[in-house]
Design a protein around this ligand. Structure first.
Ligand code: HEC
Ligand code: HEC
Length: 508
């Protein structure tokens, strides 16, 4: 994302504004909402309360995405279908959006003006290159340095920026002076790429309650071959694997008030689990909004995240990020001077219309139906998931807003298994780097819907923000901080219970 240049200027303009911080959040200008009646709200509260009965599946549990759920396509393409309740007419837009999501952008100038403008520095030539088959990416395999479906974000600590607290609050974090907010490991001819992501793993043994030993791999990240001089001595790197793309429009339509109601930043209820909303500045709406997208909830909407990806990941300008040079910093002068594709109509490389189509596509990738949810082992696993406290963060159910213009997302009972909040996950997972209100130990609870289809779609099972976990048990054993008690419960479980818990996750 390249919000920094504009935000510094904005920061100056907004210094005098007090932050409107009310319990229900900051507003949802991205949605066209029909308000709930009180009777409806009461009904919804009853329906979304976590269940206490585990002898049979709950009503509608087969449909994790409500009527948008995709049945009968549980194959390698399982994450690539449109919301099942989409009309035929709207499906045409979805298909065009899919075309742009898969499109390989090229260097300017090219004969096809509407496809050029890639770079000068970039991470990949297409969205789909990272969000492979609309699923998650993966860390580099042994001996493969490309790291194509993940990247390193970079910044320096607030304290060394020389900015005051108010100015800092309008920045996600402080860009590294030369390399900006993200390391681009590819570039067009004539401009050097910024460097290579290097990862090394060290083994870390965890002994389970029954004596079984599990060897985790603890990663260390470095920037190899830095092409523009050494990194700032206090630079912080944050490795991120591209997440799965399913169900995002539904997550965007969860009422902000319902998410805020789960936040407990001071842990007032004393359960050891706080949960904090991220608050981010929206360039698009020029206001504070709840952060929902990105691994630390650093983006308010799918459109903002997508425009950030065009700019930061591919070097393509949109109306939200009009700089044709993408992420080249002011000191990367050759990079800024390289030819661009902004002689295309609208003087941006990616028009508002294309951004909207890609956003529509990203909003409407369907969540696949649950499998085996009435199997006794799965029901037992569901109970263990509840008893271990997993669902304090991996919140099972929500009902989305009624919306005037998004029939696919409107008023659906959904089962995403996330609270959309930030949690301290301990030292082991920390990137020690701020992103808006998220601190260096906090991550947004990732949705678990579809997670059991990962192997089918992605042909791997690398989990967590940097793909360090090689299976679900490893992912759980990395949980620390607020999730330490839940992790300990799993570590001490009899093997048969561990297997049931994982069978439940596999059924999602
Ligand atoms: C170089 C790899 C890469 C490319 C190319 C890429 N993404 Fe991403 N994408 C990521 C990563 C990594 C994240 C998590 C980012 C973060 O934590 O801020 C992400 C997050 C997202 C999210 C938020 C998902 C969520 O669950 O919060 C959306 C939406 C998204 N990308 C859309 C796109 C679109 C649209 C494109 C093409 C314009 C694109 N991405 C290109 C790697 C990539
Ligand atoms: C305190 C909140 C919290 C609790 C409690 C919690 N989790 Fe998580 N979970 C998270 C967060 C945050 C992440 C992402 C961490 C990261 O990527 O570094 C995560 C990641 C995961 C992942 C990997 C998801 C992915 O897409 O890579 C799985 C699987 C998972 N949790 C399962 C569980 C299970 C099972 C339990 C109960 C034993 C549990 N979690 C308890 C917050 C929590």
């Amino acid at each position: 994302m390249t919000t920094t240049r504009n935000t510094v200027i904005l920061a100056a303009a907004f210094w005098s504004c007090a932050l409107p911080l009310h319990a229900n959040g900051w507003g949802e200008p991205h949605l066209s909402i029909i308000p709930r009646t009180e009777a409806e709200a009461a009904r919804i509260a009853a329906v979304t309360a976590p269940t206490t009965r585990f002898d049979a599946p709950e009503p509608f549990e087969t449909h994790p995405a409500g009527k948008a759920t995709k049945f009968d396509a549980l194959n390698r393409n399982a994450f690539s279908f449109a919301s099942a309740n989409m009309s035929f007419e709207r499906e045409l837009d979805f298909k065009v959006g899919n075309g742009f999501f898969r499109k390989l952008w090229v260097t300017a100038p090219a004969s096809t003006v509407s496809s050029d403008g890639l770079g000068p520095i970039y991470n990949a030539r297409a969205c789909q290159r990272c969000h492979i088959k609309d699923g998650r990416g993966h860390p580099p395999e042994d001996g493969d340095d490309a790291g194509v479906s993940m990247f390193l974000r970079v910044s320096i600590p607030d304290e060394v920026s020389g900015l005051n607290a108010e100015a800092l609050s309008y920045l996600a974090n402080v860009p590294e002076p030369t390399y900006g907010t993200q390391i681009q490991d590819k570039s067009i001819a004539g401009v050097p790429a910024e460097g290579r992501m290097q990862v090394t793993y060290e083994p870390e043994v965890v002994t389970l309650g029954d004596g079984t030993q599990v060897t985790l791999r603890k990663p260390t990240y470095q920037l190899g071959d830095p092409a523009y001089g050494p990194l700032h001595p206090q630079a912080r790197l944050s490795p991120r694997v591209a997440p799965q793309m399913i169900g995002l429009g539904l997550l965007e339509a969860i009422p902000e008030a319902d998410i805020m109601a789960l936040a407990d930043p001071e842990d007032a209820n004393g359960d050891g689990i706080s949960g904090k909303a991220n608050r981010v500045w929206s360039e698009e709406y020029q206001q504070w909004m709840l952060g929902r997208f990105g691994l630390k909830a650093g983006a308010p909407t799918i459109r903002a995240q997508s425009a950030g990806a065009f700019s930061g990941d591919m070097g393509l300008s949109t109306p939200l990020h009009p700089d044709a040079w993408g992420e080249c910093s002011a000191v990367q002068t050759d990079c800024r001077a390289a030819p661009d594709g902004s002689d295309a109509p609208e003087h941006v490389e990616v028009s508002a219309q294309v951004l909207d189509l890609v956003t529509f596509y990203s909003r409407n990738l369907a969540v696949p139906a649950r499998r085996d949810l009435d199997a006794p082992q799965v029901l037992r696993g569901k109970q263990l998931f509840s008893d271990a406290g997993c669902q304090s963060c991996h919140r099972p159910k929500f009902v989305t807003h009624r919306l005037t213009d998004q029939p696919e997302q409107s008023f659906q009972l959904i089962w995403p298994y996330t609270d959309m909040l930030l949690h301290d996950m301990g030292e082991g997972l920390a990137d020690n780097r701020r992103e808006w209100l998220a601190d260096g130990r906090e991550w947004r609870t990732p949705p678990l819907w579809g997670i059991g289809m990962t192997k089918t779609v992605s042909e791997h099972s690398f989990f967590l923000h940097d793909g360090r976990a090689r299976n679900m048990l490893e992912a759980i054993l990395w949980h620390g901080g607020e999730a330490e008690a839940a992790r300990e419960t799993v570590r001490q479980m009899p093997a048969v219970d561990r297997a049931a818990l994982i069978a439940f996750l596999e059924s999602l």
